[in-house]
Design a protein around this ligand. Structure first.
Ligand SMILES: Cc1cc2nc3c(=O)[nH]c(=O)nc-3n(C[C@H](O)[C@H](O)[C@H](O)COP(=O)(O)OP(=O)(O)OC[C@H]3O[C@@H](n4cnc5c(N)ncnc54)[C@H](O)[C@@H]3O)c2cc1C
Length: 574
């Protein structure tokens, strides 16, 4: 297999050399490559060349910035890309998209198997929460993307849409039925290019976002589903769709992976419009603060290769900086709790006490580990099966998740305590309806300082209780007959735990899914930061479209919900 691809690569290089020397035309090149069965390789290279040309064109456009655009969007993440991709359809409107990170060209972005190697690099912001008493005083890293595509460029590429109860709750909190499940489902259908079993009731075919069930999953993944069936757990054909309504279910993951490559939201939404004259994308450019006249947002102060400059937005500015950077930018611009702002000598423009509060994240426990008799090499993003379950049937939403990770995924403390062999794989319990709330505050008035993240993980006893149940479930699944072939022994915890021992295992093993949300909550009450149309209360010409607006975090990985928010914002602006 490997030899064949090396041979194909060499043939393609020879053809390319002939093309470069002018010995054959581009048409002939494509003809020969097609005849030699090299078209997919050729297409990939032609596509890569086109992307380079698009980026070069944007570099030139960015070098002669205008003073004013119709729209300025801050942050090219999951929501920002979706918003700009849709907004750009009106070619009479000029859009400036500003991204602090670089282009999304790193191999560790393109290859979803390498997603975790982006952590701790310049492609993420490097935030670490303050120590939380709920996790025995540990300070847990809270990674978020800092690159074109934002989180969608460095995440685990899992595509899981919110539950009906998630969306109906947003509709209730805003008094606006456009946020409810039925309306959101219509938008998801237009978002998706679903490449699994046809299901027109729930899945879309013609949208920009490629998603498919885990491709060629490891046998341990399908065995896990058999194990769940054997235990009488609800196993579905698809992790999305019906599960959203029934409220529970295990299935193969959906991934945003096509032919082994990540299809981040930049590829899905942005590159297709970046050749248009009405779209300017600046990378490596940081927005320091909003420029506000009275209570009208006029534009932004940005800092990039030309130093600090001000660019104005004629129609609106939209903040899509994500769960930590959006509240930070608001506070730096004088929108926040006046007591907090005063501490940093920032003049209050709008006293909005909830800015930075209501922070929520999901807990992923690392983990319940099993030693495999043979070393496995992970496929896709290493997480190919997942499930959601209510630990109590009276709950609205499942509080428990289980993710199978084809690697020895453990927290720092658990890793040191047990030192698992490298051939281990994990069943990670999770808690997806957190009742604990954290907050984001400013460290200083200097835009280059990171904000203070106090995630307050596992503060609420119910969150711990759910995690205990999810760990018991992981142990039960791991001990089934169906998984016997893949389990030499349960390495961690290796025995049934009870009382304080179990509680400590939960608190010491807690890590995050990296789904920071809720810090600029949407609602129809006086304290909400944004209203039902994403307008920042108290200001004109400013909206927010990103994970920070979630009134309550959805009970699944957050990228699809953020794409939905970006799409909804584009509808509202149109
Ligand atoms: C490691 C990791 C794994 C994850 N795995 C999954 C998963 O598998 N599935 C899933 O659904 N979700 C996953 N998530 C979560 C998901 O990626 C995020 O919830 C989602 O991307 C958030 O979207 P957003 O639009 O709110 O912000 P982001 O995608 O974070 O984008 C915000 C963008 O704004 C830019 N920005 C911020 N401030 C400024 C500024 N001042 N000036 C200029 N630019 C700025 C940032 O650099 C960033 O690119 C994961 C996240 C991480 C970090």
């Amino acid at each position: 297999m490997k030899n064949k691809s090396i041979k194909s690569g060499l043939m393609l290089e020879k053809l390319e050399a002939s093309l470069l020397k002018g010995q054959i035309s581009r048409r002939k090149f494509i003809q020969f490559a097609g005849a030699a069965g090299l078209l997919s390789l050729t297409a990939a290279r032609v596509w890569a060349e086109e992307l380079d040309a698009i980026r070069e064109n944007q570099r030139q456009r960015g070098a002669s910035l205008k003073k004013k655009y119709d729209y300025i969007v801050i942050g090219a993440g999951s929501a920002g890309c979706a918003l700009v991709g849709r907004l750009a359809a009106d070619k009479s409107k000029n859009i400036l998209l500003i991204e602090a990170g670089d282009w999304d060209t790193a191999p560790s972005i393109l290859d979803p198997r390498l997603w975790f190697t982006n952590l701790g690099t310049e492609r993420e912001w490097g935030d670490v929460s303050l120590p939380s008493h709920g996790v025995n005083g540990r300070a847990i890293a809270e990674h978020t993307g800092r690159v074109l595509g934002g989180g969608s460029s460095i995440n685990a590429s899992i595509w899981a849409r919110p539950f009906k109860a998630d969306m109906d709750h947003w509709a209730k909190m805003t008094g606006d039925s456009r946020w409810n499940y039925e309306s959101s489902l219509e938008i998801f259908k237009r978002i998706e290019n679903w490449n699994g079993k046809e299901n027109s009731q729930y899945r879309g075919k013609n949208g920009p976002v490629w998603c498919q069930p885990a491709d060629n999953p490891l046998p341990v993944a399908t065995a896990m589903l058999d194990a769940c069936r054997g235990l009488g757990l609800p196993v579905k054909d698809d992790l999305n769709g019906e599960r959203e309504v029934t409220g529970e279910g295990f299935a193969l993951m959906n991934h945003i992976i096509k032919d082994g490559q990540r299809q981040n939201m930049a590829r899905s939404y942005l590159y297709p419009v970046m050749a248009q004259k009405n779209v300017t994308v600046l990378v490596n450019t940081h927005v320091n603060k909003l420029v506000i006249d009275g209570t009208t947002v006029q534009g932004v102060e940005l800092e990039g290769s030309k130093g600090r400059i001000i660019v104005e937005a004629d129609v609106e500015t939209i903040l899509s900086g994500g769960g930590f950077n959006t509240p930070k930018l608001l506070m730096l611009s004088g929108i926040g709790d006046e007591v907090e702002l005063k501490k940093h000598n920032i003049n209050t423009v709008v006293h909005s006490p909830e800015v930075g509060k209501n922070m929520q994240d999901h807990i992923l426990h690392g983990g319940v580990l099993f030693e495999s008799p043979v070393q496995m090499s992970h496929r896709n993003s290493g997480a190919e099966v997942s499930g959601y379950l209510k630990s109590d049937s009276t709950l609205d939403l499942p509080d428990i998740s289980v993710v199978q990770i084809e690697l020895p995924y453990v927290s720092d403390v658990i890793g040191k305590e047990y030192n698992p062999p490298s051939s281990s794989w994990a069943l990670c319990g999770g808690m997806v309806t957190p009742k604990s709330r954290g907050r984001v505050t400013l460290q200083s008035s200097n835009p280059s300082d990171r904000p203070i993240v106090d995630a307050n993980f596992l503060d609420h006893p119910d969150d711990v209780a759910s995690l205990i149940k999810s760990i018991e479930l992981c142990q039960e699944i791991g001990s089934t007959q169906e998984l016997k072939k893949y389990v030499k022994r349960e390495v961690i915890p290796g025995k049934k735990l009870k009382g304080k021992e179990m509680e400590d295992f939960v608190r010491n093993g807690a890590t995050t899914y990296f789904h920071a949300s809720g810090t600029c909550r949407m609602g129809n009450d006086d304290l909400a930061v944004v209203d039902n149309e994403l307008r920042v209360n108290g200001l004109k010409k400013l909206r927010i479209a990103d994970s920070s607006i979630m009134p309550r975090i959805v009970s699944v990985p957050t990228m699809p919900a953020c794409v939905l928010i970006g799409e909804r914002a584009s509808d509202l602006l149109a």
